[in-house]
Design a protein around this ligand. Sequence first.
Ligand code: CTP
Ligand code: CA
Length: 228
Amino acid sequence: FALQDGPKPLAGKKAVVTSGPTHEPIDPVRFIANRSSGKQGHAIAAELARAGADVTLVSGPVTLPNPAGVRVVQVETAQEMLAAVQGQLPADIAVCAAAVADWRVLHRADQKLKKTGDGVIPALQFAENPDILATISTAGPNRPSLVVGFAAETENVVDHARAKRDRKGCDWILANNVGPETGTFGGDNNEIHLIGGSDPARDEIWPRQSKTAVARSLVARITRHFNS
Ligand code: CTP
Ligand code: CA
């Protein structure tokens, strides 16, 4: 139904959502990327807007259309994504759904790397990218009151995700099994285990559902959080 219809339980709340992959340049024609589609982050931004929030979507390169009713800031690299997110603070809600590249190429070449002809293969050196979720979770007075992250794991999903939540200092982590038996990375469905605190009693297990349905469940959970 139309964007302006329906209840607006998040009216007056400002939200920032990250989505998609980042691209980390090697030279003017090459980059390092990953298989993130942006479907989950874009769906969350759309649902937050439908619930009345003022939403900025900071997106890496994706082929998806911009969601209705959402301000979109397009970025390429992790460093650009961090700067764009920080530019949106203060905010009430942050959801980090982007698959941020963990490393960037330390020395990006100004000219296209060329084959030397003598079989010498270029060796890339990497630097660690800033952790956007951890940075905003520890942003002091600018910290959004609710910070939500994702954890894509292929094994020991819940243990790894709980450790990730504690390490990064966010409020909730949506753990997502992307192991070979689910194969959901870049796909249409997600099987979510919500970790809402260090106490497992706060956990929720959501049945395997579409990314749109996950977005609806998350926005319903966020609405309950602000209204209780
Ligand atoms: N994230 C981020 N900035 C980064 C890396 C990750 O904001 N540089 C966010 C993701 O958007 C996600 C969460 O952190 O919400 C977890 O990402 P993930 O890649 O699972 O965690 P990492 O800490 O990078 O650990 P690893 O990839 O080694 O499992
Ligand atoms: Ca990572």
